[in-house]
Design a protein around this ligand. Sequence first.
Ligand code: M6R
Length: 615
Amino acid sequence: MCGIVGYVGGQSALDVVIAGLRRLEYRGYDSAGVAVLSDGSMAAAKKAGKLVNLEKELDGRPLPTGSAGIGHTRWATHGGPTDANAHPHLDNAGRVAVVHNGIIENFAPLRAELAERGHTLESETDTEVVSHLLAEEFSSCGDLAEAMRLVCRRLEGAFTLVAVHADQPDVVVGARRNSPLVVGVGEGEAFLASDVAAFIAHTRSAIELGQDQVVELRRDGVTVTDFDGAPADVRSYHVDWDASAAEKGGYDYFMLKEIAEQPKAVADTLLGRIDGGGSLRLDELRIPDAVLREAHKVVIVACGTAFHAGLIAKYAIEHWTRVPCEVELASEFRYRDPILDQRTLVIAISQSGETMDTLMALRHARAQGARVLAVCNTNGSTIPRESDGVLYTHAGPEVAVASTKAFLTQLVAVYLLALYLGQVRGTKWGDEIRSVVRDLARIADDVDRVLETMEPVRELARSLADKDTVLFLGRHVGYPVALEGALKLKELAYMHAEGFAAGELKHGPIALIEEDLPVVVVVPSPRGRSVLHDKIVSNIQEIRARGARTIVIAEEGDEAVTPYADHLIRIPATPVLLQPMVSTVPLQVFACELATARGNEVDQPRNLAKSVTVE
Ligand code: M6R
């Protein structure tokens, strides 16, 4: 978690850093802080709570604008969200300032060692040891980049560090192991940030930093080495979205904007996937067709909403390719000694490309010889970089902590992957593939139609604002949708919300049903596997007979559910496997509106951060 910004150049470093932090606040909002270098001296300010608290502090106690500076927005790990624990952390002489994302696992012995040498550490954080170690190394070598390399060699854990030293006023130094850090290269200026969003208003020219690399920023250039000082290979790229994509664009919340962007995100992710000969083409895949043909098992690893996309992928992959597919929470995967080999295809799904659990799962899989394919929304992030191949979603930047458009585009990507597997393995004919791709393309319009009919859903959500519990039921691909609906409600409305497979109801959960308990039921299409439809209609009757208030999401024209629905939410008819693309949307709107009605922060729910970069 945590957002980091660094800047050196001709603009006011303070202004650039604060504007960058504003864009990164989604990564953590427990505290914020800045340090700037001006006329050979260091000035810093930090404050617990959101960035606005720091801005108020700076209004009352302005800092010099400076030409180099760093900033941080924190999601607390070591030490509570206090002013003292906020970053940056300075050494005792106040000459070095450091910001950090990640966890330094060996901070305790380093701290004890520093105390023995007479250093006084003032916070409870793991980070503060770094500023003191850097000060010591700098006093011998006189160069911040070299001091950073020496210190990094002593650190264990995951870390992105960015530092400045008052004796090198035109230098900002960063280091990266596991946690994200991207370089922005401008005219006579350079940037460092956890996410390109922090500098996209200034430059779209970016450099991806690799594992265990140190970068030195100066106005006239950027130097990257490994931790031993050897020049490092880096990849430069052009960011293909602009600053407006990272703005709210007139919406009250990023989440509302991102929900509304879903039709475009779906269409963009589908763009250019069929070649002139009518075959599916996934250019970035990089894994040879022969390997995909040989795969005897697919294993999907992911967390949270991305995990729910994985659960839906399983239905499509197994149905279209007949290859067995397992789906596993990334945080559980590597600790249970999974059976993997060179013929296992592992798919790691991640919006951010930085989720530590997913990254560790993919490393484990590769170490066992499996091929790993990433489904990711963030160019230049760690997960695609460390995978054998990648399929990018084109959702654009997702800023709200609650994932919405990323989910829909992840579904598009996994459907495409499943079809591609079917194509290379010969389990799907070309015309069948083209027909599903056409259905997917039509769904962008269906999502639009769903969005136009959401006022009754918002009204219903407001009427439930004082409830404590909402349950969600689904069958087949509707089951992961129920899980996703419940996750959205938990994280945004802070309500007890649980998703169940409707078939499990009578094995326990039905005991929860009581008078007027809201239960959302995602009804499968009455066409296709109609037996599932009939069974869920019975489930609705069973819970209603026990007092539940039924909120039924069903296809247009499905009249069988009408008598049993206290509230009926209509969605367009789609092919059975694709229904989650439309049935998820009302649940996003429902959770967003309930959160608003309960007075919660929609974009920055309590205790959460957008990217979970620690295990
Ligand atoms: O960036 P990722 O897709 O790897 O993130 C995974 C989860 O942390 C994420 O989906 C999380 O569950 C969302 N906040 C849910 O809305």
